[in-house]
Design a protein around this ligand. Structure first.
Ligand SMILES: O=C(O)c1cccc(C(=O)CC[C@H]2O[C@@H](n3cnc4c(=O)[nH]cnc43)[C@H](O)[C@@H]2O)c1
Length: 254
């Protein structure tokens, strides 16, 4: 799942066929030319923000249920990186996908929905998947970090807001705008979810001229070229998670 076409072009290359979905969505299906470890990869541009991402992801998952169910859903794209953990060009592998602005702002500070007594604002990524992705990237020498990826509906544009988010989420490595929507849809269908982002800009005072989108898209392309043929193809990893034998496949991070 990506937000925009440029991100979709980076996460999967090569021959593909278009598959029309209900709701006007079209997913791009990449079928490996030769039998082997490469998996079938469906790439869908879902739009910007958690609501658009959830709708698009749920549409693809519902369609797949009557065809070929998915083994894994991945939210992918560019992101803002929290300094100093995730500098420009770093690939961030989420260990948790957290909606950072789903709650209430009170005189005593922010309350997440869990503290309000309803809903959830976090999904943990199965640890086996996170670890396998980090190991593959490390083995290939790609700059990467494992951490929480925040989902926000408003891009952070001030130092104060960046500091507030970092204080509330000490493990945060990046912020983007779709992961939690993708994760909610995946959870509804019982499919494990990952989020993999490449840092195009720093989380902080808005400075559009400093965004390094082409470099981030290149990093994303390299990472997905690798992960597709390792972690995503490794049905043993995915099957372990699906079978519920991964002890870390459940639980909501604080
Ligand atoms: O202008 C372009 O060429 C271009 C190419 C690829 C992607 C974009 C986007 O603007 C994608 C929007 C997307 O980016 C994520 N994002 C990136 N940085 C941040 C951030 O600091 N805070 C929140 N989100 C960020 C986000 O997921 C958006 O969907 C443009």
């Amino acid at each position: 799942m990506t937000a925009v076409a440029a991100e979709a072009d980076s996460v999967a290359t090569g021959p593909a066929v278009d598959v029309p979905l209900p709701g006007g969505f079209t997913l791009r299906r990449h079928v490996p030319a030769t039998a082997g470890r490469a998996p079938v990869v469906d790439v869908l541009v879902g739009g910007v923000g958690p609501a658009a991402a959830a709708v698009a992801t749920a549409t693809a998952l519902a369609h797949a249920t009557t065809h070929r169910p998915y083994g894994l859903v991945v939210s992918a794209g560019i992101a803002g990186g929290f300094r100093p953990l995730a500098p420009l060009g770093t690939v961030v592998v989420a260990d948790a996908v957290v909606q950072a602005d789903l709650g209430a702002r009170t005189a005593d500070g922010y309350l997440a929905v869990e503290e309000l007594g309803f809903g959830r604002s976090a999904h943990r990524v199965p640890e086996g998947l996170t670890r396998a992705a980090a190991e593959a990237l490390a083995h290939d020498g790609q700059p990467h970090v494992v951490g929480t990826v925040l989902t926000v509906s408003t891009v952070t544009g001030t130092a104060d807001r960046a500091a507030e988010l970092a204080e509330r989420h000490p493990g945060a490595a990046a912020e983007a705008m779709e992961g939690f929507g993708v994760a909610e849809a995946a959870a509804a269908y019982g499919v494990p979810v990952m989020e993999v982002r490449a840092v195009s800009n720093a989380v902080g005072p808005r400075d559009r001229a400093a965004w390094r989108i082409p470099e981030a898209l290149d990093a994303l392309r390299r990472a997905f070229g690798l992960l597709t043929h390792t972690v995503f193809a490794d049905s043993a990893v995915v099957d372990t998670v699906l079978a519920g034998t991964d002890p870390d496949s459940e639980g909501i991070p604080q």
